[in-house]
Design a protein around this ligand. Structure first.
Ligand SMILES: [Zn+2]
Length: 114
C-alpha cells in the first residue's frame, strides 16, 4: 500500500495546481489539512493505467488515500459504506452497554451503600 502511493506520487508544479484547484481540502472527506498532509490521488488508479492528467487527479488526505488505495470510485464508496455499517453496529452496541452499565452501577451502589 505504502509502495503504491510512493510510486504514484505527484510532486512539484502539478501537485500545487491540483492543491490550489481543490482549495487545499480533501475532496473525499472535506477536511482541510496542512499542505504536507495532503496527497494527490489518481481518481482512476495509476496502477490500472490511470493518467496523470489534471482531470484524473484529486486532492486527498492521507487517511482517505489509504482507504481508497487503488480502488475505483465506486469500489471506494462500497468500502466506506461497509465500514460505516460496521461502525454503526458497533456504536449501537456500545450505546446499549453504556445504558445498561448505568443501570447496573446505580443498582449496585444502592444495594451496597449503607
Ligand atoms: Zn479525506
Amino acid at each position: 500500500m505504502e509502495k503504491e502511493y510512493t510510486m504514484a506520487c505527484i510532486t512539484g508544479k502539478k501537485r500545487n495546481i491540483v492543491l490550489k484547484r481543490d482549495k487545499f481540502k480533501c475532496q473525499y472527506c472535506g477536511s482541510k489539512n496542512n499542505k504536507n498532509d495532503l496527497v494527490i490521488d489518481h481518481i482512476y488508479p495509476k496502477s490500472k493505467n490511470g493518467s496523470n492528467d489534471l482531470d484524473n487527479l484529486i486532492t486527498s488526505c492521507i487517511k482517505c488515500n489509504c482507504k481508497k488505495n487503488d480502488h475505483s470510485l465506486s469500489d471506494f464508496k462500497s468500502i466506506i459504506k461497509e465500514q460505516y455499517a460496521q461502525h454503526y453496529d458497533e456504536i449501537v452496541y456500545l450505546r446499549k452497554v453504556i445504558k445498561n452499565l448505568d443501570k447496573i452501577i446505580i443498582l449496585k451502589n444502592s444495594t451496597s451503600s449503607k
